[in-house]
Design a protein around this ligand. Sequence first.
Ligand code: SF4
Ligand code: SF4
Length: 388
Amino acid sequence: MERLFAVEVVYRGIFQKKLATNLTRAIVLAAHKEGKPAISFGRYGDSPERNGIPAKGFAIVGTDEVTLEEGKAKYEPKEVDITICVDDTLFKGVESWAWYGLQPINKLLRRGGTLIVTSLHEPETLIPMAHRKEHPYNLAIVKATPSFSGLWVYKDDHTDVRILGAVARVLPELFSLDSVQQVIREEWKNELKATSAQRSFERTTTVTVDPSQGNPEEPYKFEMPKWTEMREGIAIPAIPLGGQMTDPVTGQTGGWRPGRNATFKKWSTRTMRPVIDFEKCIKCTLCWLQCPDSCFYVTPDGFYDANPEACCGCGVCEAVCPEKGCVTMVNEAQFNDNSSQWEAWRKDAPAYQGSLAQWLKDRPARSHGFHVRGQYEQEVPSEIARQG
Ligand code: SF4
Ligand code: SF4
């Protein structure tokens, strides 16, 4: 019987581009081994890719040429059998170059489809992060730290083949473990990687996520302007300044909030967020001055509060803060909202300090690429220990 299969890979632009390409290419090659025509492609609208901005790649497989051609005509699949998410913080939602508003990570999954994610977290942590879906789907976790690399280097940590082994397990109609191992041997010429794929195939299990589970919030969206409503040319409004440092949002003096883009929320870009220990802050202004996205509000009592709706997670504020332990980048997966840290601290300082101590425990190594020669070799032993 004719059938079309679709797999999408949701990844962080640039840092995981090569990983996504390797995955969709290997899926196509493994399908070819079984006589199924297939094609892989990146989403045009995601280009040019930007650091950390979510992007997508697809693999489309048909049981025959005509079915594949029909699938290709749709360009971007409206429904997929498998979503592969290579960074668990993308569970909160995806705001890419090619999408307006926030897209749930499970948006394209068909009924009974499978969401495969690279994560160290358990389903109880991950499921509430993803938006609710109108029908049940399956969740499979490939236990690992999300794999990041740079533009010119590839972190060959077996994440690619472990995900391919999981794909063979959750959708055997697409290709068998044997087919994908043949591809791994031909493409990577590495028997160890073929063994990794097999182990992942054997270990992969799924849990069913039903419509009552997950984040009940309506994902952020907005009305696109009609072409008749657009302004001529391109004008980028400057941040409005009030006289005498009047807050442009509240109109009051004391405190300061910059105006900013009301429709593009940058937060789905980040894998880590800054947390601030206000009791260590010396009000030096450096974070406020240096943040590339003008995230910091000046509070009425002269502190600096990063707005998590606008923060892209670049880590500049942590780098420039002169007070040790005052600004710290921590794992984004620990948070389930974008509320103000300063307001929480003003409301109940001991409770805030308790939360802060908890957040600081999960402080991953800077995940965006490599920073020093030999970093990968240093990371291998701790990664092996984590994965058991
Ligand atoms: S990590 Fe810090 S400097 Fe970077 S965008 Fe967020 S608040 Fe600004
Ligand atoms: S850089 Fe650090 S010490 Fe200076 S204002 Fe920002 S949080 Fe406070």
